[in-house]
Design a protein around this ligand. Sequence first.
Ligand code: NZQ
Ligand code: ZN
Length: 388
Amino acid sequence: MFNFDFHNPTRIFFGKDRLDSIDQVVPADATVLITYGGGSAVKSGLIDKVKIVLGNRKVYEFGGIEPNPRYETLMKAVEIVRSENIDFLIAVGGGSVIDGTKFITLASSYKGDGRDLLKYGFTPITSEVVGTVVPIGTVLTLPATGSEMNSGAVISYEHGKFPVMSPLTFPKFSTLDPTITFTLPKIQVANGIIDTFVHTTEQYLTYPVDARLQDRMAEGILQTLIEIGETTVNEPENYDARANLVWCATLALNGIIATGVPVDWSVHMLGHELTALFGIDHGQTLAIVLPPMLEVRREQKRAKLLQYAERVWKIEDGSDEEKITLAIQKTREFFENLGVKTRFSEYGVEADQIPVVIEQLKAHGMTALSETQDLTLDISQQILERAL
Ligand code: NZQ
Ligand code: ZN
């Protein structure tokens, strides 16, 4: 097992009717900005409920944060934070609203051009760069990204999606009420299951380092998703199935399963280019890329793929090769049974677009990906060709 530092300060309020907890953790004299997306949280009455809990605090609102939040939109909220002396931000939404709000707080404190913050990539942005930031809390409406309990964000600008990492952007608290997610369209639930699944495989399907507990935690998340996946898509108000999805999504990307193990993230890096170029939802891009990634990288990932086949999919018969092949096939079938298409061409993207994706990967420096940094542009091309 590798050495690691693990620190996660986010307080979680989980379960039904937990909004009242916000009153305990937002200072009574705070001036609050509530951020939200395209309107689902207004329509469901959630924004009004959050405002009621905030009582006499001075509250401003900023709506319209789009899926794959854009720099230009977020900078409009930065103006409000500065002009109204906001001292607490509450993000009500999915990954896009939460990520956007993380960026808003960093950019509000930063003295230079906000676009500078998109250049840090996976290098954490510290208080030396931005000074003190306004704290954030979240009310999660879509289980998928884990953004409610991590310090990362992904921000869209021009034709790119830029990771933004900062220890300053861990939410102070996140309210995880599975009933708030009941209004999600089926496709967003399926996207969320796939995002959670692939967050887990990115941190598990690498090479063994005898991290037995982390492996079993990852396998536990994958097995839980396989057990509840179809149920929670088809029975949106089945509380227990949805509660399991919500907690899996949070734990898959709050840092715990990454402790002491190698991590990959190539499926995400390819997926981000597909969203930026073709507007395909984040979860769907992962469903397109993961199966061919595992096929092309089966030599590098052999030991963990076999463990995945035997422990997650319970495949006992056949040679090692056959077990791995069947596990990859079952992974694809799992995604398709959730109602998500797994072929590039099913999203209207054809072979002639692959060079464009490769150019973008190159432009964004994605030329040495994976847990061993040996995934070159040529290999990305093979993966994308197999994804058609
Ligand atoms: O905008 P509204 O009207 O709220 O509608 C949203 C949006 O259209 C809707 N929605 C959310 N909650 C709802 C709801 N509709 C009805 N009822 C509800 N309860 O769902 C749509 C998608 O929302 P979005 O926030 O974009 O989805 P998701 O949570 O999947 O977030 C995706 C973003 O997160 C980034 C992705 O790249 C993408 O930009 N990621 C962030 C990560 C992180 N911070 O750690 C890691 C991930 O790998 C990912 O890259
Ligand atoms: Zn993801």
